[in-house]
Structures are given as C-alpha cells and as structure tokens.
Design a protein around this ligand. Structure first.
Ligand SMILES: Cc1cc2nc3c(=O)[nH]c(=O)nc-3n(C[C@H](O)[C@H](O)[C@H](O)COP(=O)(O)O)c2cc1C
Length: 295
C-alpha cells in the first residue's frame, strides 16, 4: 500500500486510524489496530463511563495498551470537555503517548503544549474554515470528517466526498478523511480525493475487541442503507441508529433500564459481520491492490 506523509508522521505502516470513541475505544481495541499496522486511539473514558474516574482510567488504559502492543497508539481528547485543564494531557505526556487527536473545540488551546512535549497533534474538522484555523494553530494534520460519520456531526452537514478535496486544496498539512469509510474502496476513494489516510469509527464497533454491547454490534450488522438518522440538529447533532430511537422510548418506559443511544455512521449499512479489528485493517490492505489494479 502507498506510504503517505501520515505513515511517516505517526510511525505506522498503513495510513489507517481507528478514531476515538467515547465509552468504547479501550486499550484492547487500540492495541489490536496498532498491532495490525494502523493507529489505534484510546478514549479517556473508554471502558469507564464514570467521568469522576477518568484520570485513573486513562492512565491504566494507556499502560494496558503499552502491554498489548509495542507499536504507536494515540489518545483522543474532545477539547470542550477539557477546557483549559491540562491534567489529562499531562497523563498522556507522562506515559509517552506519541499522538493525540483533538476535536470539538479550539486547537489553539493545547496544540503547542502537546508538541513541546513531543506529541503529534491531529485535529478533527468538518469545514474548510476550521481546517485552515487548525493549520494556523500548528497542528500536524487535520482529520476532515463528513456528516456520514457516527457520533457528533458538524452543523453544516458536508459529505466526506465534498469536504475532503476542499480541505486538501485549502491546507498544506496532511489530510485524513473520516466519515463513511469501512473498507478498501473507501480508502482508495479517500486517497483519490487527496487525503493521505483514513479514520474510521463505526466499523471498529463491530469487532471482537470492542467492548460495545453485543446488541449494539448486532444492530449495526443488521442495519441497512437508511438505518441511521441525525438527531439534535441545531444543538448537538449526533448520528445513530433510527431503530434505537424506538427502543429508547420502550426503555424509558421501563424504569430499570437506562436509555442508551446506539451511535454509529451511515456506513453501518455496509457492515455485515463481526470480525477482529486486525482483520478490518488487513482486509483493507489486501483489497487496496485489487481495487487499484482494476481502476
Ligand atoms: C460511537 C462513536 C463515538 C465517537 N466518539 C468520538 C469521540 O469521543 N471523539 C472524537 O473525536 N470522535 C468520536 N467519534 C468519531 C470517530 O472517531 C470517527 O471520526 C468517525 O466514527 C468516522 O466516521 P464513521 O463512523 O463513518 O467511521 C465517535 C464515533 C462513534 C461511532
């Protein structure tokens, strides 16, 4: 597979990143992706929903990651959650984490601090304006995420297909494409648009190593092309499964079961099996040559 500036920047074999995912991006998942030659990312609350325990959880997850792989992996920090507080960043620095992904806030706040401590910073954006701002703040690369993606979406609802080339044209740092990618076709298309890597979230939920509940994984595998919807437009737009909205109503009626949103991207319709996270990476690597040869 083609080596890009992202491979060089992050010290990884393939330009394939497993995105941070609140509550479910734990050390086991990140290490499996990194062991397969991509870059795994731990979320500070991956495997521990109690935010009061986030500091100890983050440190123990990083240490667990280091025990499971000798390859690089990163940590994701949503900036609106951190604010000015750098204590969680300091844990990542102390533990020698080489890469941090940030999003949902200004990259001007912490980028130079992290870089002064030898950490590469990738910032997630959903518009050209924010990509330019991130470049100005000195980030090492931007992750351009279209609104096909699972989780919190940008307000302007740009698709990956139109966002990525416009960001590529607007900045000179490397661009990673995210949103709607789960296989080799998506990676080849992203590279054709000028991206130098991909970040995927949804496809990694349906892996053996992901700690997501089995019914969540099964619902993604069962999902079709029209299965997801954005809720919270105008405040906090989030893409997840439509069917879960119905289930949530039922669950809320049952007092003992807390409502839970099954967050995932539109790419759920393309995911048909639960495999290992390493196989997700390996299948993309194997499919890449075949697709490129057929173009
Ligand atoms: C369940 C879920 C939780 C997510 N949580 C975060 C998060 O905490 N921080 C973040 O930067 N991105 C988060 N994302 C976005 C992913 O890192 C990734 O960019 C996105 O899933 C890519 O699009 P895809 O879902 O089409 O693969 C989340 C995505 C999902 C599906």
């Amino acid at each position: 597979m083609k080596k890009t500036r992202i491979c060089e920047l992050l010290g990884i074999k393939y330009p394939i990143i497993q995105g941070g995912m609140s509550l479910i991006a734990s050390a086991e998942l990140a290490a499996a992706v990194s062991n397969a030659g991509g870059l795994g990312i731990i979320s500070p609350n991956g495997s521990e929903p109690d935010w009061g325990k986030v500091a100890e959880n983050l440190r123990s997850q990083i240490r667990k990651g280091k025990s499971l792989t000798d390859k690089p992996f990163g940590v994701n920090f949503p900036i609106h959650v951190l604010g000015q507080d750098r204590s969680l960043l300091d844990i990542a620095i102390e533990e020698g984490v080489p890469v941090v992904t940030t999003g949902a806030g200004s990259p001007a706040l912490h980028t130079s601090y992290l870089q002064e401590h030898g950490v590469r910073v990738l910032h997630l954006v959903a518009s050209v304006k924010h990509a330019k701002g991130a470049e100005k703040s000195g980030v090492d690369a931007v992750i351009a995420e279209g609104y096909e993606s699972g989780g919190i979406n940008g307000p302007d609802e740009l698709t990956t297909f139109v966002l990525v080339p416009q960001v590529v044209d607007a900045v000179s740092i490397p661009v990673i494409a995210a949103g709607g990618i789960c296989d080799a076709r998506g990676l080849v298309a992203a590279l054709a648009l000028g991206a130098e890597g991909v970040q995927m979230g949804t496809v990694f939920i349906t892996t053996n190593e992901c700690i997501a509940d089995q019914d969540y994984k099964d619902a993604i595998v069962a999902a079709n092309d029209t299965a997801t919807i954005i809720t919270g437009r105008g405040s906090l737009p989030i893409r997840g499964l439509k069917s879960e909205l119905i289930t949530q109503g039922q669950r809320t009626a049952e007092a003992d079961i807390a409502p839970r949103q099954m967050i995932c991207g539109a790419v759920a319709g393309m995911i048909n099996e639960i495999v290992s996270a390493g196989d997700v990476v390996r299948n993309i690597v194997q499919g890449y040559d075949r697709i490129v040869a057929g173009l």
